[in-house]
Write a protein that binds this ligand. Structure first.
Ligand SMILES: Cc1cc2nc3c(=O)[nH]c(=O)nc-3n(C[C@H](O)[C@H](O)[C@H](O)COP(=O)(O)OP(=O)(O)OC[C@H]3O[C@@H](n4cnc5c(N)ncnc54)[C@H](O)[C@@H]3O)c2cc1C
Length: 302
């Protein structure tokens, strides 16, 4: 079946592919087993054709952005990972920005903000793709994607191309409708505002410095592990449970920021998962607070 797919991709020039790719290269945790096949469609029509083949043949698949919110297990994945790296066109007319899902979200935010447009300053340190950022409603500093997104082009579960407005996307804190539907984000349309360039640049530089001093960005991670519970901070609860700096295998609950788990020394995905579970258990035992993981566990045994 996979060989057939590869033949079709070659014959019809639908894109490129790689076989047996380590999740270490597909996720920012840099851990995990191998994906049997990773496919990079050339354009949206090629994507549609590939997805049709996968659905018609009951082959499991998953779209990956930059893998900056995913912990893939050490098991090999027999399905297909779809990467939209070739969907990266960008069109800007003043405060209107049209950008495809594979575009680097932090690069977009930095470029546009430094031109004096306001609205994406929050995203300058988020190592996502545009598609992954829409899916997660990524955000920071009391802002998020939903505040600046006008509409999106998608491929739906019936292989139809559709355009949906912001109000159709059920956005809330780190949530969008994409978490419930098997839809693929193809393109995002943002509306920004003209701002004062010097002020915007000063703000993003200040935030960058603060991120570097408060987050363990020198190690692989996937950002904050847990959502902040109402009126509290996950990092503080973990720290107050005496787990800041706790090591298991090659993983560590960061000694710089307790809501980050880092791959310190060739960690396995299971080392990271152990630390997640430990933090959750200890915080519940000590404070009666149930922490919720913000990251996605992919290809773990049920
Ligand atoms: C150092 C660091 C700092 C971070 N800081 C922040 C922060 O400040 N705020 C924040 O919100 N997050 C933060 N994150 C987490 C992460 O960057 C976000 O969750 C981001 O939105 C994930 O985007 P991605 O492209 O990497 O998606 P991935 O991790 O690859 O995928 C996440 C989910 O999105 C789905 N997906 C990806 N692309 C598409 C698509 N085109 N169509 C449909 N579904 C798709 C995937 O299937 C998966 O379910 C941080 C991560 C790191 C490593």
């Amino acid at each position: 079946m996979m060989k057939n797919l590869i033949n079709i991709i070659d014959e019809k020039s639908l894109g490129t592919y790689k076989e047996n790719v380590s999740f270490k290269t597909l996720t920012t945790y840099k851990t995990g087993g191998n994906a049997r096949l990773v496919v990079y469609p050339n354009d949206v029509d090629s994507l549609r054709e590939i997805v049709k083949y996968l659905k018609d043949n009951n082959i499991d698949f998953k779209v990956f952005g930059n893998g900056s919110n995913i912990l893939a297990s050490s098991r090999d994945y027999e399905g297909v990972i779809i990467k939209l790296s070739n969907l990266k066109s960008l069109k800007q007319e003043g405060e209107y920005v049209e950008v495809e899902a594979g575009y680097n979200f932090a690069l977009l935010a930095n470029t546009i903000s430094r031109e004096g447009y306001s609205g994406l300053e929050f995203a300058c340190g988020i190592p996502a793709t545009v598609g992954g950022a829409v899916y997660m409603n990524a955000g920071a500093y009391l802002s998020d994607v939903s505040k600046v997104l006008e509409k999106v082009d998608i491929l739906d579960e019936n292989l139809e191309f559709r355009t949906l407005g912001n109000k159709d996307l059920d956005f809330s804190y780190r949530h969008s409708i994409f978490m419930e539907k098997n839809w693929i984000v193809l393109k995002a349309y943002f509306k920004l505002e003209k701002g004062e360039k010097d002020k915007i640049v000063a703000l993003i530089e200040d935030r960058k410095n603060r991120r570097f001093s408060s987050q363990p960005l020198e190690y692989p991670s996937a950002g904050s592990v847990f959502r902040n519970p109402e009126g509290n901070y996950a990092g503080k609860l973990i720290e107050d449970s005496n787990l800041k700096g706790f090591v298991h295998g090659g993983g560590q609950i960061s000694d710089k920021h307790a809501n980050f788990i880092i791959n310190k020394n060739n960690a396995t995905s299971e080392d990271i998962k152990y630390l997640m579970d430990l933090a959750k258990e200890e915080v519940e035992k000590n404070f009666g607070v149930k922490l919720r993981v913000e990251q996605e566990l992919f290809n773990w045994e049920k």
